[in-house]
Design a protein around this ligand. Structure first.
Ligand SMILES: Cc1cc2nc3c(=O)[nH]c(=O)nc-3n(C[C@H](O)[C@H](O)[C@H](O)COP(=O)(O)O)c2cc1C
Length: 189
């Protein structure tokens, strides 16, 4: 099973990278049989969505190289963990843009959500659930809400700076759902 942990923000000083690194490590410990890969949106500097038609209804689309690289990368996974901060009561535009480029890559695949922010990224999660329905992904019923700024809790390399046992427990439940859904989907294939 391949699980990708997506870093949902790209600004140079972002805290989400540290959060996502810790999340990827936790997923690896919890699901040792899985291949866990960190996918950083900063490695895919895509333009704002600029295609002539909706990707899901454009079988002859010819995405430009950086977009194709993003699509090819995420197509490899069976399941995803999206790690996102909250920006102005939603999730970052760069993540929305990356989702807008998808055609079938996330379709009927499970996605776990991990958010951080002063209200635990709750608004980001609500908006992500909605956007992910648009690309036919299956979002896990319980998200992981990290109350506070991720940068206060995790160093850039993913090392916790505080007691994160409660977050680890919530994440474990989320990942357990993710694996269950991924197994069912793989059996159905
Ligand atoms: C443009 C912007 C808007 C923000 N809006 C919110 C918000 O609505 N709610 C919240 O809890 N935090 C908000 N924050 C705080 C971020 O969630 C927090 O700084 C987080 O670390 C940003 O993630 P990043 O470091 O990966 O960019 C905002 C930060 C930025 C930069």
């Amino acid at each position: 099973m391949k699980i990708q942990v997506v870093v949902g923000s790209t600004r140079p000083a972002r805290a989400t990278l540290g959060v996502a690194r810790w999340v990827a490590e936790q997923v690896g410990l919890q699901v040792p049989q899985a291949q866990v890969e960190l996918v950083d949106l900063a490695d895919y500097p895509m333009p704002f969505f600029n295609e002539p038609a909706s990707p899901q209804f454009n079988p002859s689309r010819q995405p430009e190289p950086v977009v194709k690289a993003w699509l090819d990368k995420v197509a490899q996974a069976d399941a995803y963990v999206l790690v996102t901060p909250e920006y102005n009561r939603s999730f970052p535009a760069v993540l929305k843009n990356a989702l807008d480029f998808l055609d079938s890559q996330f379709a009927e695949k499970p996605v776990a959500l991990v958010a951080h922010g002063s209200t635990g990224g709750a608004h980001a999660v609500v908006h992500l659930r909605s956007a992910l329905a648009g690309v036919q992904a299956i979002t896990m019923p319980v998200a992981t809400y990290i109350v506070g700024m991720g940068g206060n809790l995790f160093a850039r390399d993913g090392t916790p700076k505080a007691d994160v046992q409660g977050i680890a427990k919530a994440l474990a439940r989320n990942v357990q759902s993710l694996v269950r859904f991924a197994v069912v989907q793989k059996q159905a294939d």
